[in-house]
Design a protein around this ligand. Structure first.
Ligand code: F6R
Length: 236
């Protein structure tokens, strides 16, 4: 893993932008794996403020809540439209369909999309408990797209975006850890002290399913972009 400690999320976004710019120039970014959450917003802002052209690029998002549709303002479809797609058109945007009630059908559909669109660069955030996508502690490193139950800590963390905690969906469709690991390059952003334990475990501790992001130690090309607070528990 290559670790970059940046001053703040603006500097992190600039670094992420320069990697994407170079990949587009080299024609090595055809499929772009994307994440939602508060962390990548500064990066998406940087992309939308640029003249980068994504009209030949396919996007594949990590996850979507189950039970809410694309027009719900807390759905990940809505988030992506707001923060990126409405301003930067892509060739095609793929996200799991949160309204599909047949989980097997939806997971198979999404795995087929990933198989026919191998991800060149995957953007990740990280949960306080070390989750990536919605792969919560205990998720198998061999997982592909699954219907997952959100843990209490993730429901708590995500409730900040909903009117009440009861409104937070309890299930999501998420790309699996194996699918994330199949990306050629991974860029993980993390900011703030709340992420410090997860970042320490991800980078320095022995990989364990108790901390899903630690699987990334087995990937050949991971760039970690963190601020000082998120890096504050690193010892090496
Ligand atoms: C979002 C996702 C999640 C978030 C994580 C961190 O698509 O897959 O794993 O990256 O929950 O969320 P924030 O950035 O809001 O702290």
């Amino acid at each position: 893993m290559k670790i970059h400690i940046v001053k703040d999320n603006i500097e992190g976004a600039e670094l992420g932008y320069s990697i994407i710019k170079e990949a587009l120039e080299n024609k090595s970014l055809n499929v772009f794996g994307l994440a939602t959450g508060s962390t990548p917003i500064s990066f998406y802002d940087r992309l939308t403020a640029s003249d980068l052209d994504f009209t030949d690029v396919v996007s594949v998002n990590l996850d979507e809540y189950i039970g809410i549709g694309a027009d719900h303002d807390q759905s990940y479809h809505y988030f992506m439209n707001e923060h990126l797609f409405a301003k930067k058109p892509f060739k095609v945007n793929h996200l799991p369909n949160g309204l599909e009630t047949d989980a097997q059908k939806e997971c198979d559909r999404y795995d087929a999309i990933i198989a026919s669109n191998p991800i060149d660069i995957q953007i990740l955030g990280i949960g306080e408990n070390g989750h990536i996508g919605f792969n919560e502690p205990g998720a198998s490193f061999d997982s592909t797209t699954e219907k997952v139950s959100l843990t209490e800590s993730t429901i708590q963390a995500n409730s900040r975006n909903f009117d009440s905690i009861d409104d937070v969906p309890r299930f999501a469709y998420s790309m699996g850890i194996k699918s994330i690991m199949s990306a050629k390059k991974i860029i993980l952003f993390a900011y703030g002290e709340k992420k410090a334990d997860a970042i320490k475990g991800m980078i320095e501790d022995t990989p364990t399913t108790d901390l899903p992001a630690s699987a990334l130690q087995n990937h050949q090309d991971v760039i970690v972009i963190v601020d000082e607070a998120a890096a504050s528990k690193l010892t090496k």
